[in-house]
Design a protein around this ligand. Structure first.
Ligand code: GDP
Length: 444
């Protein structure tokens, strides 16, 4: 889902390389050229891309690799390591502590998604047992308080703001005091944004910061600006003590990779990414699982976290049980498709599976994916009707019967069976997944 296009291009390049009978200099160069092109298209800085390619060539010295070596794996690992290096922004020095109220101040330009992100951040922590509250100290933009109020109400998070007070510092201080008295342990202050990085914006930020003494300042930026993120992140860092960054609109923006790598180059820790307008379209950013997913290698820890976030509590054990058994039957496939059709967020769950989401649930093309699932399900129904759901016993005449029974074409039945095989392979990797005790997902 996130950066699906970039990830798709890179994994395709790796796949093409592994399809080659012999991996020689030319095949490796072709693969690296493809990867380079994809990264440049995502607006990753040229120097970073060139260094990455040089480093990979240094690591993967084809002549030194004996015939027995799995060259594909070594190359894939080198690509993975280099991408991690480019995207690693370092770890934040501050983490929230329970039992003590933390004040977190959000800064960023107008339109970056700051107000939306404040609520997403609050909601994320609320689900994990924190007691968040929102303060709207944005007196610059008309309607800012209404927007925050609306979001907060939807998420059932207490909020503070004023329609009449024009001093953002006063609102921020009053809001923080109010929520400290109410024993909130995460007080989030949304500040004004402007169109440009102008002096007045930075001055106001400094004043609010001085008055509320935040434990953490989070800079929110829009990923669509690509590598220009470097200058923006530097400018904010120089004006206020930015402790962490959240990069928004990673869905559907071709330049997301460029933005992430540019922020990483400023060594500002990225803690979350925004992946849509909705409250739960928000992900913890952790570079290794992120790159792993980008390359279609899956992200099992992310998967379990996502199940915890989006699947209703009572359905979690069953889904995890199925995943952990690694036994993937057509019935399970049918049920999972049913789930996906019923509850959209499961698309997010499955995006964590190796090789699953980018093609199965492309963002913006949900309707097509849904039609495909429905088509597959009709064919599976037809298999059930003829009393045999074992996809392993598949003769030509059976395939034709299934096609006839479901009113679909033979090649569509074959496509469905291929999909099943692909998923069964993926699910077999889930075997042994640790299942949390009922109601206790935190042990994972
Ligand atoms: P602010 O001016 O910085 O407070 O920005 P807002 O929170 O008002 O967001 C500006 C627009 O960006 C709104 O339409 C949001 O719904 C949208 N937005 C925020 N975050 C994301 C995201 O991660 N993905 C997408 N697609 N839209 C987002």
């Amino acid at each position: 889902m996130v950066l699906a296009q970039l990830g798709g291009s890179i994994s395709r390049a790796l796949q093409q390389m592994s399809n080659a009978t012999i991996i020689d200099e030319k095949v490796l160069n072709d693969c690296l050229n493809e990867i380079t092109r994809a990264l440049l298209q995502a607006d990753v800085q040229f120097k970073l891309v060139r260094d990455m390619s040089t480093n990979i060539k240094k690591i993967v010295n084809l002549e030194d690799l004996a015939a027995g070596h799995n060259k594909r794996r070594i190359i894939q690992q080198a690509v993975y390591n280099e991408l991690c290096k480019i995207l690693d922004p370092g770890k934040p020095s501050f983490t929230l502590k329970k039992g003590k109220p933390s004040v977190v101040m959000f800064v960023g330009l107008q339109g970056s998604g700051k107000t939306t992100t404040c609520t997403k951040y609050a909601y994320h922590h609320q689900k994990k047992g924190w007691k968040p509250a929102l303060v709207c100290a944005d007196t610059f933009r008309a309607g800012a308080f209404d927007q925050l109020k609306q979001n907060a109400t939807k998420a059932k998070i207490p909020f503070y703001g004023s329609y009449t007070e024009s001093d953002p510092v006063k609102i921020a201080v009053d809001g923080v005091e109010t929520f400290k008295k109410e024993n909130c342990d995460l007080i989030i202050v949304d500040t004004s944004g402007r169109h440009k990085q102008e002096a007045a914006l930075f001055e106001e930020m400094r004043q609010v910061s001085e008055a509320t003494k935040p434990d953490l300042v989070i800079f929110v930026m829009d990923s669509s600006i690509g590598q220009a993120a470097f200058d923006q992140a530097q400018a904010f860092r120089q004006s206020v003590a930015v402790g962490a960054v959240i990069v928004t609109k990673m869905d559907g923006h071709a330049k997301g990779g460029g933005a992430l790598s540019a922020v990483a180059a400023t060594k500002s820790p990225v803690i979350f990414i925004g992946t849509g307008e909705h409250m739960d379209e928000f992900e913890v950013f952790d570079v290794k699982p992120f790159v792993s997913r980008l390359l279609g290698m899956g992200d099992l820890s992310g998967l379990v976290n996502k199940i915890q976030d989006v699947v209703p509590m009572d359905q979690q054990p069953e889904l995890l049980q199925k995943l952990s058994e690694g036994q993937f039957t057509l019935r399970i496939m049918y049920e999972q498709f049913q789930n996906m059709l019923k509850m959209g967020p499961l698309g997010q769950v499955f995006s964590m599976l190796p090789g699953f989401s980018a093609e199965m649930m492309p963002k913006g093309r949900e309707k097509e994916s849904q039609a495909k699932f429905k088509r597959y399900m009709t064919m599976m129904d037809s298999m059930t009707n003829e009393g045999n759901t074992n996809p392993k016993i598949m003769t030509e005449s059976r395939i034709m019967r299934i096609a006839r029974g479901s009113g679909r074409l033979v090649h569509e039945v074959m496509e469905m069976l291929e999909e099943y095989k692909r998923l069964a392979k993926i699910f077999s990797k889930m075997k042994g997944l640790k299942i949390p005790k009922k109601g206790d997902m935190s042990s994972l």
